[in-house]
Design a protein around this ligand. Structure first.
Ligand code: NAP
Length: 241
């Protein structure tokens, strides 16, 4: 049975991916940081899905996570680095604390999870990182989100080349506006969501499941010759501009 580790798998895109991969026969281990969402995921997901509370900022905790995965599963076939936060603010309002928090979770945490999990990856495995269309297209108030997720996009081709000798594929997925708990956490009012929707050719947000389907494809042997690519899942956002 192939094994997948998903960071930020308690809600939204990560959780939908956990459910989809599990339904396709993967052994799944996922992380989250919030005690309530970790508890809920553990209660609602199938018993054999391993839910680990692990803060992406805590590198010693990441060592413990990798030790747990090693003990329980021995190796990994899929690594989906998806944990992330979004704290929109104009440049003038970004504090050093908020800067560090976003760098630590969105970039540093994912980077060191990758480094620490890599020895567990089987040759021929697949790594997928969540980026987002904002990193390429821009959005007011999103400098930190764009920069921290864009750092993952920037390193992806180099990582794909570095791991090609082991036939480990590395790709990113870039969701557009996707209906997940992220928007509730941000407190974006309905009027704001309607304005975003009006700019999407499909005139709706994506669903977590639609992003999960792309991640599952990239994770699978169906994508055996796909590496170093960014796949946008955004209902046509930005086309024709
Ligand atoms: N939704 C969109 O429109 C959109 C668009 C572009 C990119 N994205 C990106 O897609 C990824 C998934 O987001 P989502 O929309 O599915 O939102 P979400 O439901 O808020 O999911 C975020 C996930 O990251 C986890 N997380 C947050 N901080 C963490 C930390 N310190 N340590 C470990 N895990 C942590 C959360 O777990 P806990 O709550 O349990 O801590 C949760 O599982 C994010 O990286 C986001 O930036 C989303």
């Amino acid at each position: 049975m192939p094994t997948a580790l998903i960071t930020g798998g308690t809600t939204g895109i990560g959780r939908a991916t956990a459910e989809l991969l599990h339904s396709r026969g993967y052994q799944v281990v996922l992380t989250g940081q919030n005690p309530d969402s970790v508890e809920r995921a553990g209660r609602e997901l199938p018993d054999d899905v391993l839910v680990v509370r692990s803060d992406a900022r805590d590198l010693a905790g990441t060592d413990a996570l990798v030790a747990t995965v090693t003990e329980r599963f021995g190796s990994l076939d899929v690594l989906f680095l998806n944990a992330g936060i979004f704290r929109p603010a104009p440049v003038a309002d970004v504090t050093e604390e908020s800067f560090d928090e976003q760098v630590d979770i969105n970039f540093k945490g994912q980077y060191f999870t990758l480094q620490k999990a890599l020895p567990l990856m089987n040759d021929g495995g697949s790594i997928v990182l969540t980026v987002g269309i904002g990193s390429r297209r821009g959005s007011p108030g999103a400098t930190m989100g764009a920069a921290t997720r864009g750092a993952l996009l920037a390193m992806m081709p180099s990582l794909a080349l570095e791991l090609a000798p082991r036939r480990i594929r590395v790709n990113t997925v870039s969701p557009g506006a996707t209906e997940t708990p992220l928007f509730d956490k941000l407190g974006i009012p309905q009027s704001g969501r309607d304005a975003m929707r009006s700019r999407i050719p499909f005139e709706r947000f994506g669903t977590s499941h639609e992003v999960a389907e792309v991640v599952a494809f990239l994770a699978s042997d169906a994508a055996a010759y796909v590496t170093g690519q960014d796949v946008t899942v955004a209902g046509g956002y930005g086309l024709g501009a």
